[in-house]
Ligand binder design. Structure first.
Ligand code: CUA
Length: 360
């Protein structure tokens, strides 16, 4: 899935809504067009009448205006006509809205969790879950793209869904408000921390569908792409079975690793990789932090004092609420957490000699 980002040609840029790839999205499109034409017609009539009277009476300067004060007939008319128009628009709009909200009788449920700045997908009927991250280094993407052109963002692992099945989405968030938006499905639902929102889709055709986080959620809001790959149902079944197997094997291997005792050099080697991949962006590769923003780990009380060892471990596992420090307990294996804590307690002259074991 690690594809170079191809430029979208200008002909693909449209000003209207997309028709989408589901029955609902097409219904939403048709509704949008109906309302749009009704509004155009009203605009034409109102502005037409106004222009007509301006032109018709252009030489009547100084004339006395006609008075319609307290005309019951006119007041009834200009109340009744708009009411009828509004009701006529509300009927199809309400029926579409009700259909969009009906998440019952789904064949498959996917829990979508947003976090700064990635999506997590969990198939509730299957033992499969994973993070979906921006695949290519964004500096590279910027460098490759022609200036001023659109580009496609790829993810390391797309959300795979079956075609022709009703898929129910449960949306939530780990931190701030995100919004899961795939225009082709006409699905755009906020992912709020502490709440679960619902939505659903039924995809007609196999293919790749793209979306974006649609709620400003911090500095990398623009880099939370959504890629959905829709496969025929049998192919999907094969994929989910294989992925469940691979994930179960990886879990078993992790448990196996976690039960092994690490030596200091082993832990340092694994820990350095984890540190550079997850921690160095804020705490800096040399553990110096950024004064006033991210605390230094080099020579700090947390990473050097024996009595803070458990607190240190807890910070890495669960984060610190109210700060930018996130918990890594879900993303990293226990062995990786143990190794990175060991690394931080021994690198940059911290030299505590502590070796934290995964079994702890
Ligand atoms: Cu997540 Cu914007």
């Amino acid at each position: 899935m690690l594809l170079a980002s191809g430029a979208v040609s200008a002909s693909e840029i449209t000003f209207n809504m997309t028709r989408g790839a589901t029955a609902i999205s097409q219904q939403v499109y048709d509704l949008h067009m109906t309302i749009f034409y009704i509004c155009c017609l009203i605009g034409l009539l109102v502005f037409g009448a106004m222009l007509w009277s301006i032109v018709r009476h252009r030489k009547s300067r100084g004339a006395k205006a006609a008075q319609f004060h307290e005309s019951t007939r006119i007041e009834l008319l200009w109340t009744a006509i708009p009411v009828l128009i509004l009701v006529a628009m509300a009927v199809p709009a309400t029926s579409t809205l009700l259909k969009m909200e009906d998440t019952s009788k789904a064949d498959l449920t996917v829990l979508v969790t947003g976090s700064q700045w990635k999506w997590h997908y969990k198939y509730l009927e299957h033992p499969v879950e994973f993070y979906s991250l921006l695949a290519t280094d964004r500096k590279q993407i910027k460098g490759e793209q022609p200036k001023g052109d659109h580009y496609l963002q790829e993810v390391d692992q797309p959300l795979v869904l079956p075609v022709g099945k009703k898929i129910r989405f449960l949306m939530t968030s780990d931190d701030v408000i995100h919004s899961w938006w795939v225009p082709a499905f006409a699905v755009k639902r906020d992912a709020n921390p502490g709440y679960i929102n619902e939505s659903w889709t039924k995809i007609d055709k196999p293919g790749t569908y793209r979306g974006q986080c649609a709620e400003l959620c911090g500095k990398d809001h623009g880099f939370m792409p959504i890629v959905v790959v829709a496969k025929p149902a049998e192919e999907f079944d094969g994929w989910i079975a294989k992925t469940a197997e691979t994930q179960a094997a990886a879990k078993a291997q992790q448990q196996d690793l976690a039960s092994q005792t690490m030596t200091l050099p082993q832990a340092m080697e694994i820990g350095e990789k984890v540190f550079l991949g997850h921690c160095a962006a804020c705490h800096q590769p040399a553990g110096t932090g950024l004064p006033g923003i991210f605390p230094a780990l080099k020579g700090s009380k947390v990473t050097t004092l024996a009595e803070n060892r458990n607190h240190h471990l807890d910070l890495v596992l669960h984060g610190k609420s109210g700060t930018a420090m996130l918990g890594f307990g879900k993303q990293l294996s226990l062995q990786e957490v143990a190794a990175v804590v060991t690394y931080e307690r021994n690198a940059w002259g911290n030299n505590t000699g502590d070796v934290v074991q995964a079994a702890e």
